[in-house]
Every structure is written in structure tokens, then in C-alpha cells.
Design a protein around this ligand. Structure first.
Ligand code: SF4
Ligand code: SF4
Ligand code: FES
Length: 549
């Protein structure tokens, strides 16, 4: 018996390429075909946007059951309805399936239609594939090979349209390449809630442009580049930098805020060229914000910390990792717990925070916390919490229910000289309110970070660590979803991944050892941390796992 909370989805009988199948009511025809394993080429259709049906690439043959004189479907020898086929093609993206519907995705009529549409779309399209950024992932190229004609019958001059149009600060449009699918227009209006794009003029002269006085500059503008099926919209950051087939693709997550948008990092030879969103219905759908997408360039900064350093008199000198750990341990061991503080980061991975917890258990610091990064949520994806793993910091008791609530106390204790040894893990202590002159008076100041900041010159030991795209690990997003970071590139120079640094620092301090892989570390962490029990790193999966926090 169905309960009040259960909703019954009505299933409809649909015949696709001669095979009867059941499809939930409300499914678009193109999606029903997809589910049945029949790909229907398309340009303007996008599963997350409305369907205007303007490219005509998705034409199919369609029919409905023939009705007998009794107004009941006539049945064939197989006992199934006989389809009366409509003698002209139909688009499959803008209508839903109906009971008894027949669909042909590969009939002669459909094939001829696709040839015709491809020929029509290519009439005015420039043949600049060798210099087009979309080459390698261009639907026009792909469908041209699959469904197009080998030769053009078009003898006239192609229509010339505006080229290199700055639609906004991050997007350049080549109007000649635009096939007028309107995906970018619909995305801006329906998802980014910024009705900024539209077409002007008619027929072959239709041109994409911004509404007067507006620019495509919202924080989601670069998603239009992803969904543009051709190379009309290009990202200023990526255009002309790298052919896409040279890029190694690594599935990861953005660490720009607590949303944790799923991403694909495109890299080659230890350099990141782009980040694009990866679909995850539970997190970011198909989108990500521009800020998060472009926030990787700092990993390639020249001034990255690349070598461990220890203090000799007034200067920091290069050291071996062993000397750096020994120097850190020696300096820290001079102080008791009440004289030690740890400033950790809510942008660190769970594995790192778990080891910070162990470090804290060994040193028993008087205060430990993270720096909170409150901001404003935008109602689309960007979270009000600009730290990516506040939930992890809470889980491992690095911070309390209100993140950073102990940080003012920590700063005060350093500033008034109660704390004499400070460990800063991925944060700038000056951002926590610690004064530079107080740092100068510390008896031990150990820094683990990827970039130098104004406090780094005061450090006694500097441990160069890895950025988000250089390491593996997990984070828990704002909604309690455990997600995996993956390494797309290697850390520069001698920089190490953070969990290994923390492990070796604990080893130098206590002699505890015994973790050699991130999988092993995850296993230990999961065994000791209730919401993670029973999980393995591999088991987290590409789409993450919701935790009962
Ligand atoms: S620019 Fe791209 S996404 Fe926008 S209408 Fe043209 S082809 Fe479609
Ligand atoms: S919304 Fe947050 S997690 Fe998503 S891309 Fe933007 S900064 Fe990154
Ligand atoms: S995908 Fe159906 S008309 Fe464009």
C-alpha cells in the first residue's frame, strides 16, 4: 500500500526504434531515447535548461497508435499498438513522451534531416577549426563527421559577423561561429538570474550580443563557455593556451567555499590550464562560479615555497626535510602545552585535520582553532562559508560549533606573550589578529604553507606544502557530503603533501609512525571517527558520500 509521502510515477509504453520500453511520464522524448541507448544529436537542448527547439538537430520520426473505429488502438500481431507515423520529422527535445508513442531515431528520413541541418548550420560557419579553442570537443566538428556531408554545395560569400567581441571581462565571442542555439541566453536568464544576452537581426544575420548597457560579467559567466556547443564563446583565461586533447583530466572538487563544486582539472606537465564543472546533482548540478573556476593560478606563482627552511640568526636558510623536522621538534619541545598554540585551517583536508588532532594530542596546546571566512551566499552556488572544510575542522575538534571563536583568544595569548610557540598550518597569523612584533618574540614559530606571507620571514621553520590540486584527500562540504580531492599536478620543488609533513612532524616530536599511504591514513581516520566508520577512500566515490554528522 502506498503511503501519503510516496509519489507514484506513471510509466508509459513507448516504442523506440522498434523496441517497446517503459518511460516515466514527463520524460522528454530526447531523454527517453538516451535512456534506451539511442543517442539523438542535439545542439540547443540542455537537460538543465528550457527547450526552445531552435537548432533542429534532434529531428526524429514520431508516431502515435492507429485508432480503430472503436477509438481503441489497433493491435499488431505482437499484441502491441500499430503506430501511425507522422509523415514529417519532429523535434525530440521540446515534447514529452505519450502512451503508445513510436519513435524512430535512425530512419532514412531522420538521416536525411540530419544531413540537411548540418549543411544548413555550416553554410556560414567559418572553417577555422585549426585555430579554434573548441576543436577537440566541438559538437559541430563531431556531428559534421558523424551526420554531415563531405562537401559543401555553398558557392556564395559567407556572412561576415563580428569577431573578437568582449562580452564581459572573462568572455570573448566570435559571432561567426555561433549557431544560434541560445543555450548561453537561457543559462544566463534561467540559472545565473542575469538576463543579459539576446539575439539581434534576423535570418543569416542574427547575431548574439549583450542587451544595451549590459555586460556578461556575472560570477557564473564562464559556464556559458562550457555549454556553448561550438567555439563561439571562449574563456579569456584559456583561449589559445592549450589544445584540449593534450589536457589530462583529473576529477576533483573546488575548495573556494563550503559548496565544494565538483570539477575536472585540465592539466599538462604539472601546469593547470583550466577547471571545468563536473556534474553532481547533490552539489553543483553542472555549474561552478567563475571565482572558484579561475582560482588556481596562485599554484603557479614564482614565489611558491619550494624548499624547507630553518632560521640561522636573522635569516631563513634552505635545509633538508630531516633538518627542518628536527629543528621544529627541538624548538617546540622547549615549551609546555600552556605555552603552545596551533592555528590550523578549515581549508585543510580531513586527513590533515585528523593528523593536526594527533599533533594537538601530543603537544596539548593551550588553544587551537581555525580562521573563519564568512561571506555572503549568492542563492545559487556560492556558500556563505568561504572555507571548504569547516565541517571537517569541527569533526576533528580543531574548531567548535562557531568556527574561529577561539582565534581571538589565541591571538591575544600570542600578543601578550603567554604563548611562546606557535604552529601555523596553512594560514597567515596576521589574519588572525596576531601582531608582527609578537611573532618576532616567539620562541618557536613553525609555518607550513604553500606561499609566503608577511609573517613567513619571522618563522623559525618553514615547511613548504601542497596546493589543492597537488594532493589527495577528502573534505566535508557545508551539507555534510564527504568528497575527494585528487592530485592533478605535482607540488613544485621539494614541497610535500601536507599530510606527509604532519606525519613526519609528529614522528620527529613523538616517534609515532606507521602511515605510508593516504588510503591507510583514511582507514585509520575512519576507524576512529564515527561518521566515517566503514568507509574507505575508494568507497567515497566520484560523487561523494553524505555523512550523518
Ligand atoms: S554563442 Fe554558443 S551557446 Fe550562445 S547561442 Fe551561439 S552557439 Fe549557442
Ligand atoms: S561556488 Fe564555491 S565551491 Fe563552487 S566553484 Fe564557486 S567557490 Fe568553488
Ligand atoms: S536540440 Fe532539439 S531543436 Fe535543438
Amino acid at each position: 500500500m502506498s503511503t501519503a509521502t510516496e509519489t507514484t510515477v506513471q510509466m508509459l509504453n513507448v516504442q523506440i526504434d522498434g523496441v517497446w520500453t517503459q518511460v516515466p511520464a514527463g520524460t522528454r522524448v530526447i531523454e527517453a531515447c538516451q535512456t534506451a541507448g539511442k543517442f539523438v544529436p542535439h545542439y540547443c537542448y540542455h537537460p538543465k535548461l528550457s527547450s526552445p527547439g531552435n537548432c533542429r538537430m534532434c529531428l526524429i520520426e514520431m508516431g502515435m497508435p492507429k485508432m480503430g473505429p472503436d477509438r481503441k488502438p489497433e493491435l499488431g500481431e505482437d499484441g502491441k499498438p500499430i503506430i501511425g507515423w507522422i509523415p514529417r520529422p519532429q523535434i525530440s527535445c521540446a515534447q514529452n513522451v505519450a502512451e503508445g508513442m513510436g519513435i524512430r531515431t535512425d530512419s532514412q528520413m531522420v538521416q536525411e534531416c540530419r544531413h540537411g541541418v548540418m549543411e544548413f548550420l555550416l553554410i556560414n560557419h567559418p572553417l577555422d577549426c585549426p585555430i579554434c579553442d573548441q576543436a577537440g570537443e566541438c559538437r559541430l566538428q563531431e556531428f559534421s563527421v558523424e551526420y554531415g556531408n563531405a562537401e559543401s554545395r555553398f558557392l556564395d560569400e559567407k556572412v561576415k559577423k563580428p569577431k573578437k567581441v568582449e562580452l564581459g571581462p572573462r568572455i570573448t565571442l566570435d559571432d561567426e561561429r555561433c549557431i544560434l542555439c541560445s543555450r548561453c541566453i537561457r543559462f544566463s536568464k534561467e540559472i545565473a538570474k542575469d538576463d543579459v544576452l539576446g539575439f539581434v537581426d534576423r535570418g543569416s544575420y542574427s547575431t548574439l550580443t549583450c542587451h544595451p548597457g549590459k555586460k556578461l560579467e556575472n560570477n557564473y559567466s564562464l559556464n556559458t563557455v562550457d555549454i556553448c556547443p561550438v567555439g563561439a564563446l571562449t574563456s579569456n583565461d584559456f583561449r589559445f593556451k592549450m589544445r584540449v586533447w593534450f589536457l589530462k583530466e583529473t576529477k576533483s572538487i573546488c575548495t573556494g567555499c563550503a559548496t565544494g563544486c565538483n570539477t575536472i582539472i585540465g592539466s599538462r606537465e604539472d601546469k593547470i590550464y583550466r577547471q571545468t564543472p563536473r556534474e553532481n546533482e547533490e552539489v553543483n548540478s553542472c555549474w561552478m562560479c567563475d571565482h572558484g573556476r579561475l582560482d588556481f593560478h596562485y599554484l603557479h606563482r614564482e614565489d611558491r615555497l619550494k624548499t624547507p627552511k630553518i632560521r640561522r640568526g636573522n635569516t631563513l636558510v634552505d635545509a633538508t626535510w630531516k633538518d627542518a623536522y628536527d629543528a621544529a621538534a627541538l624548538a617546540l619541545k622547549k615549551f609546555s602545552g600552556e605555552q603552545i598554540a596551533i592555528l590550523a585551517s578549515a581549508r585543510a583536508t580531513n586527513e590533515e585535520l585528523y593528523l593536526v588532532q594527533r599533533l594537538a594530542a601530543a603537544l596539548k596546546p593551550t588553544v587551537i582553532d581555525v580562521i573563519a571566512r564568512p561571506g555572503e551566499a549568492d542563492g545559487i552556488l556560492v556558500s556563505a562559508d568561504r572555507n571548504s572544510n569547516t565541517n571537517g575542522a569541527r569533526l576533528f575538534k580543531i574548531t567548535g560549533e562557531t568556527p574561529g571563536s577561539h582565534t581571538p583568544v589565541l591571538a591575544e595569548k600570542v600578543n601578550n606573550g603567554t604563548v611562546k610557540a606557535l604552529i601555523c598550518l596553512g594560514e597567515n597569523p596576521l589574519d588572525a589578529g596576531i601582531k608582527p612584533e609578537a611573532l618576532a618574540k616567539l620562541g618557536a614559530f613553525v609555518v607550513m604553507n604553500i606561499l609566503p606571507d608577511a609573517a613567513t620571514p619571522q618563522a623559525h621553520v618553514v615547511l613548504p606544502s601542497a596546493g589543492f590540486a597537488e594532493k589527495r584527500g577528502t573534505m566535508i562540504n557545508g551539507k555534510g557530503r564527504l568528497q575527494r580531492l585528487n592530485a592533478a599536478i605535482r607540488p613544485p620543488g621539494q614541497a610535500q603533501v601536507d599530510w606527509e609533513i604532519l606525519r613526519d612532524l609528529i614522528l620527529a616530536l613523538t616517534g609515532q609512525n606507521g602511515i605510508y599511504t593516504i588510503e591507510e591514513l583514511f582507514k585509520q581516520m575512519a576507524a576512529e571517527t564515527k561518521p566515517l566508520s566503514g568507509l574507505s577512500l575508494a568507497g567515497v566515490g566520484d560523487q561523494g558520500t553524505l555523512l550523518a554528522l
